[in-house]
Ligand binder design. Sequence first.
Ligand SMILES: Nc1ncnc2c1ncn2[C@@H]1O[C@H](COP(=O)(O)OP(=O)(O)O)[C@@H](O)[C@H]1O
Ligand SMILES: [Mg+2]
Length: 202
Amino acid sequence: MPKSIIAQGAEAKLFLEDNRILKQRFPKKYRIKQIDEKLRGFRTRREAKILQKLEAINFPAPRLISNDEKENLVIENVRGNLVKDILEKSDYKKLCSDIGKKVAILHNNLIIHGDLTTSNMIFNKEIYFIDFGLSFFSEKAEDRAVDLHLLKEGLESKHYRIWEKCFRCALEAYKKEAKKSVETLKRLEIVEKRGRYRRKGS
Ligand SMILES: Nc1ncnc2c1ncn2[C@@H]1O[C@H](COP(=O)(O)OP(=O)(O)O)[C@@H](O)[C@H]1O
Ligand SMILES: [Mg+2]
């Protein structure tokens, strides 16, 4: 199968080839070359590390196939639809409970996703999370709370007709699954009072 481009974001191009995805972080001309290389390398390695951890805990995310430690990741192609495109036409309460439960599993494993939008989730029998480019390991309630807050903002902006029900279902499921949910939800209240967050590219 020839290589075809499937997406181009602010920092990476994605190609599909032989049912694998190449995620290539391309150079940014406006950055100083050494800094640009360092940053792309750091993010590529960090995303690879998170994907390996996710495989170890059997979390539904693309499997890492290879990593050049500089700018290229080869990952498994997850078939299915972006949750963004199907949420409104589906049993959205069920999907959002699944999302909440899975965010809790990430947090229980000290993983903060960093960009929890429905464009970074694929539905195929269950929800797979993708795009761990902004993910990191953390034990802080603050980081977990911001992750949940960004989920809320993403729902609000892309699914404004149903977002409240969606977020409620996600939080309910999160509470059941998360180990430190009391602390995290208390922190979420503080985060909400502080105001809006900027996500990448905005
Ligand atoms: N493993 C994957 N399987 C299937 N599609 C993917 C996969 N990774 C990314 N995509 C598609 O490419 C898009 C952009 O990839 P993503 O990793 O989210 O990069 P960006 O940082 O540009 O948002 C996704 O929204 C999705 O449509
Ligand atoms: Mg993305």
